[in-house]
Design a protein. Structure first.
Length: 711
């Protein structure tokens, strides 16, 4: 048999001296590609450790990439988020005119390609190789456990990404030999979803038993005991949810509860918790800082970045987070910004914690939408009349860049030259302060590194430069990304607690989440929720929608809870057995939760536009001279918002802007909840059974027989 490992140990040793300078010099080493190495590498701790670090490089979540077989959604406007309330723009999953079949428009994260070092199975093979190499090495038992625990986590992580998409998949625990004569033995059939969940959690329990509760600062972001158990808790919650648990079996909720309870205990042991829990700051400043700070106690499973300019003679390698650039407006020399839907802006709680329209204290006005909102609202959205400071000075670029970074104000209202154009939802106007034709109606500012957030000196985790900046201003950023943070683990526990009837425990967790941002008393959560399982589940999912907004979690939550149609259309799936009918949760998850299904709705945007018309060019702003002071989030808002509200009422109107395609409404078909295999995946492994509801090319174009719900 031909040995696929071709790089010699001496060559590898030469590569080992290359070190990456970033937030953590000891951990973030250059990982060019150490997957093709001789087995002797594992007998040296440094070599074996770099093999593990290579897995980090390959499988850590990435904020710069759309979802794939190895990357989850992270808050970008992508295939997943455009299927939810967060972004408009009909993805293939919800476009009524797009038909997804096994031969067209279907994402293929299962097959990708046949290379042994690529795709999900290449990543799993790589993990298996490292597990076998380290297990059979001459390293000490302590060294082996430290390294193996991290690899078991990442094998579980890759399987988790597959299973949450497809249900059951083949379980491969060893390195398969790439030998044509053994082709039949290489084709492994799909295991049940339950077997896969058990396998994932088994790997994670192994990892937890091998890993420390917390690493030293130089190794911050390495996988901990708590991270392993938190992923196990997420996996158990997935399996307990209506997507896989149509009859509402309480034993699955109990397993999810136990797993998340164990995760909280392990994280507590490692001194992880809600960051700024006892110091919410002004306008949820603690919460906002937590989202970008390095070495946060909130960070459970985290990807690190740096602001290195480029690979260079000092052997530094760049690994930049480009989100700050993507969300900043063009008149700050940013990438242009991301636009939230009107639906998202309108659903955030009021200052008393009640939903808009349900508060007895605050009347919601969708023109003056910023009045009396949840503190997280102001840290999630950018709108006309707010400071959004940064380090840098683009004023030398011209009049379209009117502010130095430390003075930057966002005034992104627009104006029009004619009423006809103003009244057309498909037409845009002209944006204030140099935004021109590149203005956004609203901006997402969550996870931004606000210049004035920290004291006594601001902390800037990005490079802002007009010259020699390879990624552009804000693009070379070292802001970490948290795929799992402590608040999510708490919310996972709350959901599982609700599932087993521990309503009071779940309710107290929701209040704890809200107290962190400044709520007091009952935090707007009535005590009667504890005794109403459906309403409490609804409150938990609502809190997830707010707390985790634009962090890439909503699509998975909507799938888990069948929120496009409430799960009432399972009988429309070709070949679906009666066991697919939702018999638990009242037969309709949306009704059970007290929410409306997303199917049949449009996601439009909105903008604030001047009542007075003017020429659509720079220098013609008809209302600039009437602006009040911009809201300063460093200060209490109670004395600032009235003047801005009067400005809105006097000079602005709220205009609906087309988001989803004209005349089209969200249409998520029931078979999309559990997607099938593409034709190429079926051809690559003839033992694979197609998923129910999807065409099986092996049997003359009939429908699949693999049941992801069967145990």
């Amino acid at each position: 048999m031909k040995n696929i490992y071709s790089i010699t140990f001496s060559t590898f040793s030469l590569l080992c001296i290359l070190v990456l300078t970033g937030c953590s010099d000891e951990f973030l080493k250059e990982k060019t590609n150490y997957s093709n190495l001789s087995p002797e590498i594992y007998n040296d701790y440094t070599g074996a450790k770099l093999r593990v670090d290579d897995i980090y490089l390959r499988l850590l979540p990435s904020v710069n990439n759309d979802p794939s077989y190895r990357y989850p959604s992270t808050g970008r406007s992508d295939l997943h988020s455009q299927s939810t309330e967060e972004f408009s723009g009909l993805s293939n999953f919800v476009h009524p005119d797009v038909v997804i079949t096994s031969s067209s428009n279907l994402i293929d994260w299962f097959h990708v390609n046949k290379a042994t070092n690529a795709g999900p199975w290449g990543e799993i093979r790589n993990c298996n190789d490292v597990i076998e190499g380290i297990s059979g090495s001459k390293l000490s038992d302590e060294q082996k456990e430290e390294l193996l625990g991290q690899v078991y986590f990442f094998r579980a992580w890759q399987y988790y990404l597959l299973v949450k998409t497809y249900g059951g998949v083949p379980i491969i625990k060893t390195v398969q030999i790439a030998d044509v004569s053994e082709a039949e033995n290489l084709a492994v059939p799909r295991s049940t979803t339950k077997e896969c969940i058990d396998f994932i959690c088994g790997d994670l329990e192994l990892a937890a038993n091998m890993l420390p509760a917390r690493w030293g600062n130089d190794d911050f972001a390495r996988i901990t005991k708590g991270a392993a158990l938190a992923l196990a808790g997420r996996a158990r919650l997935l399996y307990a949810s209506p997507l896989f648990n149509r009859t509402d079996h309480v034993d699955r909720w109990q397993e999810a509860y136990d797993a998340n309870k164990a995760a909280i205990a392990a994280l507590t042991e490692g001194n992880f918790g809600l960051a700024y829990k006892d110091a919410p700051g002004i306008n949820a400043s603690g919460w906002a800082k937590m989202l970008y700070e390095f070495n946060s106690d909130e960070a459970v499973f985290v990807t690190l970045y740096n602001k290195v300019h480029d690979d260079n003679a000092a052997h530094e390698i760049y690994r930049n987070n480009r989100r700050e650039q993507s969300i900043r407006p063009v008149n700050a020399n940013g990438g242009g910004g991301l636009t939230p839907t009107a639906m998202m802006v309108d659903l955030f709680p009021m200052a008393d914690g009640k939903k808009p329209g349900e508060s007895e204290i605050y009347l919601y006005d969708n023109l003056k939408f910023f009045m009396n909102r949840d503190p997280r609202f102001y840290r999630t959205f950018g709108f006309p009349g707010t400071y959004w400071r940064f380090e840098g000075d683009p004023t030398s670029l011209g009049t379209a860049f009117p502010y130095k970074g430390e003075e930057y104000q966002l005034w992104n209202y627009s104006w029009y030259a004619q009423d006809e154009k103003k009244n057309d939802i498909t037409q845009s106007g002209y944006g204030a302060d140099g935004l021109g034709l590149s203005y956004k109606s609203m901006y997402i500012r969550k996870r931004t590194n606000d210049f004035d957030m920290t004291s006594p000196e601001p902390v800037t985790l990005y490079r802002w430069s007009l010259e020699g900046n390879r990624q552009g201003s804000f693009g070379e950023s070292a802001i970490p990304y948290m795929e799992i943070r402590y608040a999510e683990v708490l919310l996972n526990l709350a959901e599982a607690a609700c599932g087993i009837g521990q309503g009071q425990e779940a309710l107290e967790i929701l209040r704890e989440i809200r107290r962190r941002v400044g709520y007091t008393g009952d935090c707007g959560l009535d005590g009667s929720l504890a005794g109403d399982r459906g309403r409490l589940f609804g409150a938990i999912l609502y809190e997830r929608q707010i707390e985790l907004a634009y962090e890439g979690k909503r699509f998975d939550d909507m799938r888990r809870w069948l929120l496009w149609d409430g799960g009432i259309n399972m009988n429309q799936i070709n070949g679906a057995p009666t066991t697919w009918t939702l018999s638990g949760f009242g037969g309709n998850t949306c009704t059970y939760l007290g929410v409306q299904p997303l199917n049949g709705k449009r996601r439009d945007n909105f903008e604030l536009t001047a009542k007075t018309n003017a020429s659509e060019n720079q220098g013609s702003d008809p209302i600039a001279s009437y602006r009040p002071a911009a809201l300063d989030l460093k200060l209490d808002l109670s004395s600032q918002t009235d003047d801005l509200a009067l400005f809105y009422e006097t000079y602005l109107t709220r205009k609906i802007r087309q988001g989803d395609q004209e005349g089209r409404y969200v249409t998520f078909k029931p078979e999309y909840y559990l997607i099938g295999l593409t034709e190429s995946a079926q051809k690559a492994n003839v033992t694979l059974l197609q998923t129910i509801g999807w065409t099986d090319i092996r049997s003359g174009a009939t429908y699949g027989t693999f049941d992801p719900l069967a145990e």
